[in-house]
Design a protein around this ligand. Structure first.
Ligand code: PLP
Length: 441
């Protein structure tokens, strides 16, 4: 029972290095956050040891008296966090993470090869929303279900709802997904609902990125119009790496065109999670969900969520003023997408130079990109930096750091040429360039 630093110093050393990296750098990856001490304590607690297949009160293992109470608390608080009436909404808190949660929704609601429509990955959707390329079905969602992605307008970068309706009328999906990993504007859930009703589809909202903002009431809620809502709990919600699935309770008519088909979401979702897809719930994560959902109910969390959005707008405006093109012209949420074609750089070059100077972000496709393999943008998000208490004036400094890094990238590119391999080589092998990079660290 030695401490890990005694029993496995090699591994512990790497953990300490990662901790230093997280502390000394600027974390702008839109899906990441620094979770709280109570969440970390619960993740490292004895709850990890327990098996509890099944639901509270109906387990396949003994010894679950307290685990049952913890899971019920996680359910209750998850509903409370989003202001949901337990008569009308239920929740499953067992999904291991966002990807299995989404897969459980598809397997629960539609059979194999059922049709789904989600935002295309290069346009800001998530892999699990049905991504495939012309040569490969990349995501299991596109392998086991029939997927027809919808797109943003390549000129404006905005969702094209009219086109979505037209395509949905032809494709007749069983599920339409309202959700994104890289789209900086609030979704119009009412419009999504109208389109779903028109074609007889379920509206499934994946609010993984924005659930912290939704819980704080600072952006539109998907619940009013959706049949099913999933969220990861580790992004803007700032909880553990896990996910939850909310479902409307009881029998519901989803087809407004007169065909009164009734669906029972509760059993379908619960059974899709277990025994459909998963085994024993991660009870340490479920407890951490419970405390994270409680944290979202505080005044501090509401202020935090507001500040995430203020910081994202400030970052967007600041970079815009320095000549960077921001896709859709700005942000309503926690993230923005910078089109680096506006300054003659690629996303890979932007991501790499920023990483070299201790700013973490990710390269991302922008509307109109020819290839997902060579994206032209970088995605920047503010949930993590806001947790570190950065305010507007700090964000101005971050803008300056990013600008200086990207300007240096442009300078390096004039030496290295457009090849990314040469770009990296120049940074490490050209002494003059290496000195300039080191000066920005
Ligand atoms: N849904 C959306 C919108 C996401 O952005 C992500 C992850 O980034 C997921 C689902 C999947 O979550 P996980 O990485 O926990 O599987």
């Amino acid at each position: 029972n030695a401490n890990v630093w005694d029993s496995d110093p090699e591994l512990w050393d790497l953990v300490q290095k990662e901790k230093r990296r997280q502390r000394s750098g600027l974390e702008l990856i839109a899906s990441e956050n620094f979770t709280t001490m109570p969440v970390l304590q619960l993740l490292g607690s004895c709850l990890h040891n327990k098996y509890s297949e099944g639901l509270p009160g109906q387990r396949y293992y003994g010894g679950n008296e307290y685990i049952d109470q913890i899971e019920l608390l996680a359910q209750k608080r998850s509903l409370e966090a989003f202001g949901l009436d337990p008569e009308k909404w239920g929740v499953n808190v067992q999904p291991y993470s966002g990807s299995p949660a989404n897969f459980a929704v598809y397997t629960g609601l539609i059979g194999p090869h059922g049709r789904i429509m989600g935002l295309d990955l290069p346009d800001g959707g998530h892999l699990t929303h049905g991504f495939f390329t012309p040569t490969k079905k990349v995501s299991a969602t596109s392998i086991f279900f029939e997927s027809m992605p919808y797109k943003v307008d390549p000129q404006t970068g905005l969702l094209d709802y009219d086109k979505l309706l037209q395509t949905a009328r032809l494709f007749k999906p069983k599920i339409i997904i309202a959700g994104m990993s890289c789209y900086s504007r609030a979704l119009d859930y009412k419009k999504f609902r109208e389109i779903c009703d028109d074609v007889g589809a379920y509206l499934f909202s994946d609010m993984a990125h924005i659930s912290g903002l939704v819980a704080a009431g600072v952006t539109a809620t998907p619940f009013e119009h959706s049949d099913i809502v999933t969220t990861t709990t580790h992004k803007s919600l700032r909880g553990p790496r896990a996910a939850v699935i909310f479902f409307r309770k009881g029998l519901r008519t989803v087809n407004a065109k007169g065909e009164k088909v009734m669906y029972n979401f509760e059993n379908k979702i619960n059974q899709a999670v277990f025994p459909g897809l998963q085994g024993g719930p991660h009870n340490h994560a479920i407890a951490a969900i419970a405390t994270a959902m409680k944290q979202t109910q505080t005044k501090e969390f509401v202020e935090y969520a507001k500040q995430i959005m203020v910081n994202a707008s400030r970052l967007s405006d600041g970079l815009g003023k320095r000549g960077y093109k921001i896709v859709t012209g700005g942000t309503d949420l926690h993230l923005l997408l910078v089109d680096l074609r506006s300054v003659g750089l690629t996303g890979a070059q932007g991501e790499y130079i920023l990483e070299e100077i201790n700013i973490a972000c990710n390269k991302n496709t922008v509307p109109g990109d020819k290839s997902a393999l060579n994206p032209s943008g970088i995605r920047l998000g503010t949930p993590a930096l806001t947790t570190r208490n950065l305010k507007e004036k700090d964000i101005d400094v971050v803008v300056d750091f990013i600008d200086r890094g990207l300007k240096l990238a442009k300078e390096i590119e004039t030496v290295s040429g457009p090849s990314f391999v040469n770009f990296k080589k120049t940074i490490h092998e050209n002494a003059d360039v290496a000195k300039k990079v080191a000066a920005l660290k």
